[in-house]
Design a protein around this ligand. Structure first.
Ligand code: SF4
Length: 202
């Protein structure tokens, strides 16, 4: 099944028309499918049997549906996952434009028995001038996003898990790099498409 000559070709997923991986149909996979060209990586299942990873996979697998078969929303999945992993303290790093929704999330999490710690992107009230960024109106104060402080404040509170809500692209990367706890994205900011980036791809 493996053709070593194809191992350094672009992964077939970029142009695949079969998605045969979904059904385990190896014969229908394109010749550049990484399942075929790099099976040592693509078909490595053993790590999933190790205790920590296995526990994470079990909870993730159970997250989409309630026991009654109803689909969970992503907010419900977040709470389900955190509970299943025994997490107690959830951090929420949010964009100031989503304050109302983030605060609602905080209340929902508390209702579910978690401690919730929220930090707004403009925390610290640092002016654009202080970080060397240009302002549209140089005579007025303009608060810079402060992803470093968002991360460090949540580190200070030793949260078990962090949900990002609407951090700008780039700021989200700085934020994640600085966080001690694992970070999951709850809301992706897309100003043009009501925070639904997939709409640009349909
Ligand atoms: S069958 Fe292979 S190439 Fe196609 S989507 Fe699945 S993994 Fe990618």
């Amino acid at each position: 099944m493996t053709d070593p000559d194809l191992a350094d070709k672009p992964f077939g997923c970029a142009v695949c028309a079969t998605q045969a991986c979904l059904r385990g149909e190896i014969g229908r996979m394109p010749t550049t499918c990484p399942t075929r060209t790099l099976p040592g990586i693509a078909r490595e299942a053993k790590p999933y049997l190790e205790e920590k990873l296995h526990a994470e996979m079990l909870v993730a697998d159970a997250a989409p549906f309630t026991p009654e078969g109803r689909l969970r929303s992503r907010v419900e999945e977040l709470a389900f996952y955190a509970k299943g992993m025994g997490m107690k303290r959830i951090g929420v790093a949010f964009c100031v434009s989503m304050t109302k929704e983030a605060q609602r999330l905080g209340r929902l999490l508390r209702d579910e028995g978690f401690e919730a710690e929220l930090v707004c992107c403009r925390v610290g009230s640092i002016d654009y001038d202080e970080v060397g960024l240009q302002k549209a109106h140089p005579d007025r104060f303009a608060a810079s996003c402060n992803p470093l402080a968002q991360a460090r404040l949540l580190n200070e509170r030793k949260v078990d898990l962090i949900a990002m809500m609407g951090l700008c692209i780039g700021h989200d990367l700085i934020f994640q790099r600085e966080c001690d706890a694992p970070v999951t994205t709850l809301v992706v900011k897309d100003r043009a498409l009501d925070h639904s980036p997939i709409e640009a791809l349909r």
